[in-house]
Design a protein around this ligand. Structure first.
Ligand code: G3H
Ligand code: 13P
Ligand code: ZN
Length: 322
């Protein structure tokens, strides 16, 4: 199967009450870990590349890694998506360079500017058969180069979504309902603590999601910032020389609930980083004499595969949907 757009994936996900995972890729091991899991579980998957990933690994290397994954896993639909494109030029470069989907993230701009930039990207993309994700509302955390402090985030205003989608022609919409980027999604002040002293975050704003769904029936919604920050990996990092106090994410049951509604794409990056880093830290602690990268990257890649398989089965519900 060649690279696909997300159109068909989202239609099936919407109707089937599941979501497709969008996982960030930065190197070969991550591409392999994700696609091995998706291939074995017969799940559609979105591989997404940020501006930072392109700067790190180079556009061509990433596209070729994804092309290799398609050859190795011909039975599953794979989309290649630009994550948080911040300019028309960046989106154009990815559209011209083989991506099947781009995000234009003008969510930090005033409504009319967001509409104008999104529309410009949509017109260019649709002409080339590429689909476009846009965003309304801002998440806390780091969105590429845009840092939004806790307390400065804003939920999506449901009364704006119809006008935004009508005016821009975008194909999917990322909304802000309380998720945020990175491994520190909430401050201790925003949370309570459970009996083990682990932070318990405030619940997602399902009322905002439901309002958006009412106004955009049948339209695919996207959730960014949807890592759950598994405490087993935070512990593994902290026990092996790391220091990540109070790292906290979005509870998986809330994401599962969202996936059953109109949320068709769920973005996960931090959990992959935590799985990789925890595994490598533990490996180094246990094998201080090893220095061949294949020795520690092999279990790290296996950890990526395992966490992605877990997400596909228990959070997204996309197994068997290829
Ligand atoms: O939302 C941001 C993604 O996690 C990508 O992060 O810009 O560090 O590659 P990055
Ligand atoms: P996390 O930091 O929660 O993994 O979010 C990733 C993301 O939204 C990428 O766009
Ligand atoms: Zn994001």
């Amino acid at each position: 199967m060649a690279l696909v757009t997300t159109t068909e994936m989202f239609k099936k996900a919407y109707d089937g009450g599941y979501a497709v995972g969008a996982f960030n890729v930065n190197n070969m091991e991550i591409v392999q870990g994700i696609t091995e899991a998706a291939g074995e579980l017969k799940s559609p998957v979105i591989l997404q590349v940020s501006k930072g990933a392109r700067a790190y690994a180079n556009h061509t290397f990433l596209v070729k890694l994804v092309e290799a994954a398609i050859i190795e896993h011909p039975d599953i639909p794979i989309a290649l998506h630009l994550d948080h494109g911040d300019t028309f030029e960046l989106c154009k470069s990815c559209i011209d360079g083989g991506f099947t989907s781009v995000m234009i993230d003008a969510s930090s701009k005033p409504f009319e500017e967001n509409v104008a930039l999104t529309k410009q990207v949509v017109e260019y993309a649709h002409d080339k058969g590429v689909v476009v994700e846009a965003e309304l509302g801002t998440l806390a955390g780091i969105e590429d180069e845009v840092k939004v402090e806790h307390g400065k985030e804003s939920y999506t205003r449901p009364e704006e979504v119809e006008e935004f989608v009508d005016k821009t022609g975008c194909d999917s919409l990322a909304i802000a309902i309380g998720t945020s980027h990175g491994a520190y999604k909430f401050t201790a002040d925003q949370c309570t603590r459970n009996e083990d002293g682990i932070l318990v975050p405030p619940p997602l704003r399902f009322d905002v999601l439901e309002e958006c769904i009412k106004r955009l029936p049948g339209f695919p919604i996207v959730l960014h910032g949807s890592s759950s920050v598994p405490q087993e990996f935070v512990k593994m990092i902290n026990e092996n020389g790391g220091n990540m106090p109070d790292a906290v994410g979005i509870p998986e049951d809330q994401l599962r609930k969202a996936a059953k509604l109109a949320v068709c794409k769920i973005n996960i990056d931090s959990d992959i980083r935590l799985a990789l880093t925890g595994t490598i830290r533990k490996y180094f602690a246990e094998h201080p004499d090893h220095f061949d990268p294949r020795q520690y990257l092999k279990p790290a890649r296996a950890a990526v595969k395992e966490i992605v398989a877990h997400k596909i089965k228990n959070v997204l519900g996309s197994d068997g949907k290829a």
